[in-house]
Design a binder for this molecule. Structure first.
Ligand code: HEC
Length: 219
């Protein structure tokens, strides 16, 4: 992963509208696909790490996001919800570390994974969970870019948000994906949680509950 070279040098800046960003990225993605059709299929095992023929930051972010969401869905559906259905003595509990017969919540699993990736210099990216309606304040948007992304996901269910951000003088490609109520445990636990404020939504199946943010440093 260290040798990833990014083919997209012209990702749009934060100032453009998300829809425009999407359109530009789609156009860029399509031109890469066209170029690749005529030149990338060398059959070499090293093709993906050859400078100039590398995957785009968006393809990279989409790929790592697919893996993390698959794990998140499987944990929430086949572990957390399944334990509940079986009326098992073990439950997913926020205070799992200090409780008996308790396992971490899906969001805590996610955060612990993100912290390990953060510490791994070979990972080449970071990720986090955010929401307009955080039960834990740590998950609220940290800046205007993140606010804009969460607003976009809320208004455009089904779409992802892509953009570029500068932090501490360094440029990042940032992808933000909707985090949906994929298992019954998601909405039943959030809707009943004591931390929910007065304006907290009543979540139902497939609702966007927040956003998963993947941040990839640009070369
Ligand atoms: C048993 C309770 C429970 C279950 C099940 C659960 N959550 Fe949460 N969720 C929480 C709590 C509590 C937090 C805050 C946790 C923390 O301290 O990090 C949280 C955090 C989140 C956040 C970050 C924003 C916030 O509220 O702090 C999102 C988004 C989220 N959950 C979505 C989901 C989704 C999607 C699922 C199903 C895949 C799910 N949750 C399952 C209780 C739950």
């Amino acid at each position: 992963m260290k040798n990833l070279s990014f083919a997209v040098a012209t990702t749009p800046s934060v100032e453009t509208k998300p829809n425009q960003q999407l359109a530009v990225l789609l156009a860029v993605g399509m031109s890469i696909a066209l170029v690749c059709m005529s030149g990338c299929g060398s059959g070499s095992a090293e093709a993906s790490s050859t400078p100039g023929a590398g995957i785009s930051p968006q393809q990279f972010a989409d790929g790592v996001h697919a893996v993390m969401m698959a794990d998140r869905t499987v944990y929430a559906t086949h572990v957390v919800t399944n334990l509940k259905k079986q009326e098992a003595p073990v439950t997913a509990d926020e205070y799992w570390e200090d409780s008996e017969n308790a396992i971490p919540l899906p969001a805590q699993m996610f955060r612990m994974g993100a912290e390990l990736v953060d510490k791994n210099p070979q990972a080449g990216f970071t990720y986090s969970l955010r929401s307009k309606w955080p039960l834990n304040e740590q998950h609220q948007a940290k800046n205007d870019f993140e606010k804009q992304a969460l607003e976009f996901l809320d208004k455009n269910p089904g779409d992802n948000f892509y953009g570029e951000e500068e932090l501490g003088g360094k440029k990042y490609f940032v992808a933000v994906y909707p985090d949906r109520a994929v298992a019954e445990a998601c909405w039943s636990c959030h809707n009943d949680h004591p931390n929910r404020g007065e304006s907290y939504p009543e979540f139902a199946k497939d609702d966007v509950m927040g956003g998963v943010l993947v941040r990839v440093p640009m070369p």
